[in-house]
Design a protein around this ligand. Structure first.
Ligand code: CS2
Length: 471
């Protein structure tokens, strides 16, 4: 058996505390931080926080928190050992230790990848969901459970200790993600102590960011591949595509690493980049995931090996998504679409349709529903996106085309499955009734409901592949 990867952890303070130490952060933002420190130094090491389980901490600890990031190209694999983590904390085990790390004078940035549902907001409105179990808990207790709770309670400690706030940097796939996290933090802070909310509002910073790199969940097979590649056993590697992009609003209240040396785009307004990425990448990712899963495909590369789906993706980009976008400066959206088609087809990336299909109720508003609403307002055809939405509904019924059960992961899964009726029209009415998911304009749109019912009934009678082919 090969020796275990180990690097003695650097004895230097951490400038960043990161909430949500999943594979995405360790393969994306972490690579920009490591590049910036390699060229410019600085105490920008990271204390990682797992908000749920101890698994990542337990696998990283014997490695001195080091791990391998493996770039997967169609022609081979390139490993890189990452040594920027200084410590890993597991929030439910010791919430006070997490708050102390966030409140340390050396902490200047708290970044987050806690997934869409981690902000405890209503996806359709962006408002804090005060009825959320964790938020109800965090209002009553000093030791929090939710990500917004950790941010507010840590900022409260800093305020009480006369320390300046940290920058809160959201790295999740939400539109105007800095704005969303600022909104939920200020709403929660105001309920706890209005003076605290005023202080955060006046002195804090919540830059929006657009993050992009395809990072499938690491599988047990990957551990063997990494050992064969490096000669060392790593229990917590991350596997990622070569491409990476990071666009960051340059508004930090307590300094930041020199990310531009690593190719990060520091800009004044990230909105056009976010819209492009959420609608063109994540929107088609979700569309291909639901339809591809129903058609029996395990990964996005498998889906893209069927020409019918490639034509479908191209139709979505050209006719239904690009017309809704304002191109970011110096960006050619048709070339961006071509690059996405290549990235999706990379056979070295085994990105499961089932993984992307998770949490659709939290993802679809920004990925597909906003685009659909724009198309309806402009009287532009969106048969392809309507079919994707119907496929999400079909998927959340909990049964695939052969009648086998699907393990649907979504915070609303039981409610969605209970919306199913004999008539597609009635099922559609139930889904559209969900004001926390669907924008008002789509909920009131009779023509849209009819088109969606027809797409759903087509999926139920003809199946996903035939429906994609018939567009
Ligand atoms: C994917 C994203 O899982 C998903 O929902 O669409 O994780 C996607 O791979 C990244 O946003 C790419 O940057």
């Amino acid at each position: 058996m090969p020796e275990r990867l180990y690097h003695p952890p650097a004895d230097a303070p951490a400038g960043i505390v990161h909430l949500g130490l999943g594979a995405f952060f360790r393969a994306h933002v972490a690579s920009y931080i490591a590049d910036a420190m390699a060229q410019h130094g600085g105490d920008w090491g990271v204390i990682g926080v797992s908000l749920q389980s101890a698994g990542v901490r337990d696998r990283l600890r014997p490695q001195g928190w080091a791990y391998t990031a493996v770039e997967l190209t169609p022609d081979g694999e390139k490993p890189r050992v990452m040594t920027l983590l200084r410590d890993v904390l597991v929030a439910p085990e010791d919430p006070a230790a997490v708050l102390e790390a966030m409140a340390a004078p050396t902490t200047r940035i708290v970044s987050l990848t806690v997934t869409e549902k981690g902000y405890c907001h209503e996806p359709a409105t962006g408002r804090l969901d005060k009825a959320h179990r964790d938020i109800a808990h965090d209002l009553e207790h000093d030791l929090p459970k939710s990500a917004p709770g950790y941010l507010v309670r840590a900022l409260q400690l800093r305020h009480a200790r006369g320390l300046p706030p940290f920058t809160v940097m959201c790295c999740d796939n939400l539109p105007e993600n800095g704005h969303v996290v600022r909104g939920v933090v200020l709403e929660l802070a105001r309920l706890i102590d209005p003076a605290l909310a005023d202080w955060i509002d006046a002195h804090g910073a919540f830059p929006s960011t657009m993050v992009d790199r395809i990072v499938p969940a690491t599988t047990p097979d990957d551990l063997g591949r990494v050992a064969a590649l490096t000669g060392l056993r790593d229990e917590a590697p991350v596997m990622h595509e070569p491409f990476r992009q990071w666009v960051v609003e340059d508004r930090f209240c307590a300094g930041r690493p020199h990310w531009e040396v690593a190719g990060a785009q520091m800009v004044a307004d990230v909105t056009p980049f976010e819209h492009m990425k959420l609608r063109m990448l994540n929107g088609t990712h979700s569309a291909l995931a639901y339809l591809g899963y129903l058609a029996g495909h395990k990964t996005i590369a498998d889906v893209m090996s069927d020409p019918v789906f490639v034509t479908y993706a191209r139709k979505l980009w050209q006719s239904e998504i690009i017309p809704t976008l304002t191109p970011p400066e110096a960006t050619d959206l048709a070339a961006y679409a071509d690059a996405l088609a290549d990235r999706y087809a990379n056979p070295a990336i085994r990105h499961r349709t089932w993984q992307i299909a998770m949490d659709g109720s939290q993802k679809l508003p920004q990925r597909i529903l906003a685009t659909l609403a724009d198309n309806r307002a402009a009287e532009r055809d969106s048969a392809g996106l309507v079919l994707a939405l119907a496929a999400w509904m079909r998927y959340t019924s909990g049964f695939d085309e052969s009648g086998a059960e699907i393990d649907v992961k979504d915070p609303l899964a039981p409610r969605l499955a209970a919306l199913w009726r004999d008539e597609p029209r009635d099922t559609v009415a139930g889904y559209l009734n969900m004001s926390e998911v669907f924008p008002e304009t789509l909920r009131q749109d009779e023509g849209f409901a009819t088109q969606l019912s027809q797409a759903l009934s087509g999926l139920l009678t003809k199946g996903a592949r035939d429906m994609v082919a018939s567009l």
